[in-house]
Write a protein that binds this ligand. Structure first.
Ligand code: CUA
Length: 362
């Protein structure tokens, strides 16, 4: 009986251990790619081993004492009770205080260092937390589009390698604004890309910051790390880091409009997109912007089909998944519960044309 129980416990322990393994775990704090993430790991690892030592000493002591002094046959008496051993009391008050003081020194100094704004020449990006997707605006003077607005994208944040990046985090609610221009439904999000930087809360009414840099070109995944409503668990993002030349080409592309659609279906889709729909339904441009037309309450679609824009609608689906895009347009709430995009009851023909148009926005 006892042997069986031990085997079961052992198997559960091994199962738990193995379930922690993954071949391509993208969101791994222990595989940093960039200056800030490396410093954070360099702080985490020694603090972790200090915690392991404390765990072994305390838990080991508990297990040892429980086994050593457990009730046995022929030893029915209560053991001798001790109270108020002054030396022990002083010892286990001072020891944790010393451990915490030692851990505090590198922790606080790194916190201060990371809170300092970077030197001149950093790339500024405003990160906008919406329900439920991430928007990114590039406010620097050299990031203005041909139509005099900052480059604005959604779901994937594109950055250059080897340059300091300074994020300003803002909570934007569900996208709509009241008469005072205050966003609706404001909630706290938390912006987190484990391989690049630690979590930072995105708090309504204040602007928090993250600074970081990326060493290697590549894609890095992240997600919202603070409960923010129905779709919190699927409020994801991708960071695309480009080598300087590729970055400059991307910037130049973002500043200009995608070429006008040439095939008939995409042209028809453009008309559907730009104009209010029949039967009193609104226009896509009430919320979505493309170039100098449209609103800012929903993802900007100017370059929806750009190769860097690999996922859409909170990165729930790959951009090239035509079926998913059609399903999203058919009934947003059916595939993403609570989505703020209304169901416009589009016909199959309208959906097909809109999909063709969206894919023309390269
Ligand atoms: Cu946004 Cu959780």
């Amino acid at each position: 009986m006892r042997k069986k129980a031990l085997w079961t416990l052992g198997l559960i322990a091994v199962g738990l251990l193995l379930s922690a393994c993954a071949p391509n775990a993208g969101q791994d704090t222990l595989q940093p790619v960039g200056d800030v993430a490396e410093q954070q790991k360099a702080l985490f690892v020694p603090v972790f081993w200090v915690a392991v030592a404390v765990f072994i000493i305390v838990e080991g002591g508990i297990v040892f004492i429980a086994l050593r002094y457990r009730q046995r046959k022929g030893r029915e008496r209560m053991p001798k009770q001790t109270h108020g051993n002054t030396r022990l009391e002083i010892g286990w008050t001072i020891a944790p205080a010393v451990v915490l003081a030692v851990v505090m020194v590198p922790t606080v100094s790194l916190l201060w260092e990371l809170a300092r704004p970077p030197e001149d020449g950093a790339l500024n990006i405003t990160v906008e937390g919406y329900q439920w997707w991430w928007g990114f605006a590039y406010p620097d003077d050299d990031m203005v589009t041909d139509w005099d607005r900052p480059i604005t994208i959604a779901d994937t944040m594109v950055v250059p390698t080897g340059r300091d990046i300074y994020l300003s985090l803002e909570s934007m609610g569900g996208g709509a604004k009241d008469a005072n221009e205050d966003p609706d439904f404001q909630v706290i999000h938390s912006f987190w890309v484990p391989q690049l930087f630690g979590k930072q809360d995105v708090v309504p009414g204040r602007t928090n910051h993250i600074q970081f840099s990326v060493d290697q070109a590549g894609t890095y995944t992240g997600q919202c790390a603070e409960f923010c409503g129905l779709q919190h668990g699927r409020m994801k993002l991708v960071v695309v880091a480009l080598a300087p030349d590729d970055w400059q080409a991307w910037v130049d592309g973002q500043k200009t409009l995608a070429p006008a659609p040439t095939d008939e279906l995409a042209k028809r889709g453009e008309q559907i997109f730009l104009n209010p729909l029949s039967d009193g339904r609104g226009a896509c441009t009430a919320c979505h912007g493309v170039g100098d037309v449209g609103g800012a309450a929903a993802p900007n679609l100017t370059h929806f089909a750009d190769p860097t824009h690999t996922c859409f609608a909170g990165c729930n689906w790959p951009t090239d998944d035509r079926e998913a895009l059609a399903a999203w347009l058919r009934d947003p709430g059916a595939v993403k519960m609570g989505a703020k995009m209304p169901n416009y009851n589009l016909s199959d023909e309208e959906i097909e044309a809109l999909v063709a148009y969206l894919y023309s926005l390269t």
